[in-house]
Ligand binder design. Structure first.
Ligand SMILES: Cc1cc2nc3c(=O)[nH]c(=O)nc-3n(C[C@H](O)[C@H](O)[C@H](O)COP(=O)(O)OP(=O)(O)OC[C@H]3O[C@@H](n4cnc5c(N)ncnc54)[C@H](O)[C@@H]3O)c2cc1C
Length: 417
């Protein structure tokens, strides 16, 4: 890489998912690129994604992908079309990462090791000719004529363009501490308020205090001010009063927003979403008829995991030790109602320390979606989670980071030419 008069074409601030792809793409396109990463190595967050397995992306077409984008779907369309999930798979395969597609079209490295993905991205950037400096937190940037002066801990460098790829504010130990928002604010950008997204929810349900259970094939509705606003089916985990797992995370963004607005928020859990009240009533009748010695506890044991039996009996207002055949019609209806709708008032959510992504960020009204360039500060670009974009779980967030980084890198390369 040739650096003319000690002036780089591009400085990328942050060596995460989006910064590495932006650096590799711009360098491959002929730009002199310096990537400054504040931690001891790049891609620390990538290395812990997908519980250490890295759900790289979701193998769907753009339209299906964009449905899963919670904020900024229109804004990122061009990025996703420029670098699709299929392109990301090809890009990583070319870089030596074999991939496998799993349930729900989620793509993982075949090795099951997230650090293979991180290492491959670092390699790509190196091979394209980018210079990477770690232990180099960027502390500020100032305009100087046509150039930008970028201040790092131990030195300053000059550059024609700067890409702010510093990520969000979740899991701060990975290096994402929100510096990019500060830089953006100083450059005159609006920051849409930051909220934790894809995060656990805390319910006010003392009856759950000692329950620890993974539930499959359940349905969870998010009810705000008495109105169902979203419903998810799948897996979740009850960990005392803290609810976690895929379907909880997917509902969490709306729940957090509603709680922030001081609205009344509930989760309605259906333990038997495939059954109607009538079918469940018939099932209960069959079980009782087939075994006259059955207790309520025994009956419920056939319908829900053991740890939930006492809870369901208590909410339905029936004694667990009572004989099932002695249940009144009204009591049977109450049991069925409870199985179909356990009401759990939501009172709190996990913080940024445990959130998968950050909702909010640099306002999309102030960034050009075809290049990621700031409309307030020419020569400055924003990529990845620094922007006010976020999506569901399932590989969508990394893809957003890759695609926005790529589009930005392409634009920089075109400018160079
Ligand atoms: C536990 C966990 C699991 C996840 N699992 C998945 C998953 O399986 N699939 C998925 O799609 N998404 C997943 N995500 C989300 C995904 O990791 C992020 O959305 C994605 O990494 C964002 O990429 P980014 O480039 O914007 O930021 P990051 O990857 O966070 O990178 C930002 C980089 O900038 C550096 N930096 C910050 N400030 C400075 C500074 N001042 N100077 C220099 N460098 C700086 C940081 O050290 C960091 O390396 C997960 C997130 C978490 C927390």
């Amino acid at each position: 890489m040739l650096v003319m008069n000690n002036v780089y074409d591009v400085i990328v601030v942050g060596g995460g998912a989006s910064g590495l792809v932006a650096a590799a793409t711009a360098a491959k396109g002929g730009c002199s690129v310096l990537l400054a990463e504040k931690m001891e190595k790049c891609g620390r967050k990538i290395r812990i994604t997908g519980k250490g397995r890295c759900n790289i992306t979701n193998m769907c077409e753009a339209d299906a992908f964009l449905v899963k984008v919670r904020s900024g779907a229109d804004f990122v369309r061009e990025s996703i079309e420029a670098l699709s999930p299929f392109d990301v798979r090809d890009m990583l395969e070319r870089a030596g990462v074999r991939t496998v597609e799993e349930r729900g079209r989620r793509l993982f490295p075949a090795s099951g090791k997230a650090f293979d993905v991180a290492d491959a991205l670092v390699d790509m950037a190196y091979k394209a000719g980018a210079e990477i400096v770690c232990h180099s937190p960027v502390t500020g940037m100032t305009r100087s004529g046509d150039l930008w002066r970028i201040d790092m801990a131990r030195r300053s460098v000059m550059s024609r363009s700067v890409v702010i790829a510093t990520g969000g504010v979740s899991y701060r130990a990975t290096g994402s501490t929100g510096d990019g928002y500060l830089f953006a604010h100083r450059l005159g950008h609006t920051i849409v308020p930051l909220r934790p997204s894809l995060v656990s929810l805390r319910v006010d349900a003392p009856m759950l205090a000692h329950v620890c259970e993974n539930l499959r094939n359940v349905a969870l509705s998010l009810v705000v001010e008495g109105r169902e606003v979203a419903r998810q089916m799948g897996e979740m985990t009850i960990n005392g009063c803290v609810l976690e797992g895929a379907i909880v995370l997917r509902l969490s963004r709306d729940a957090v927003d509603a709680l922030t607005d001081k609205k009344r928020v509930e989760l309605h859990l259906s333990l038997k979403p495939a059954l109607t009240q009538a079918k469940l009533g018939a099932r209960i009748a069959r079980e009782v008829e087939a075994d006259g010695s059955l207790t309520v506890e025994g009956l419920l044991r056939r319908l829900v995991p053991r740890s939930l039996v006492r809870l369901v009996a208590s909410v339905a207002g029936v004694r667990a030790v009572a004989a099932a055949k002695a249940l009144t019609a009204d009591e049977r209806v109450r049991i069925a109602d409870t199985l179909l709708c356990l009401v759990l008032p939501v009172v709190d959510y996990g913080g940024f320390a445990e959130a998968v992504t950050t909702a909010g960020g640099v306002s999309l009204d102030e960034v050009d979606p075809s290049s990621m360039q700031s409309l307030k500060a020419p020569g400055v670009y924003f990529t990845g989670e620094t922007l006010d974009i976020d999506a569901d779980t399932g590989g969508y967030n990394l893809q957003l980071a890759f695609s926005t980084g790529y589009l930005c890198g392409c634009h920089l390369a075109r400018q160079k030419k």
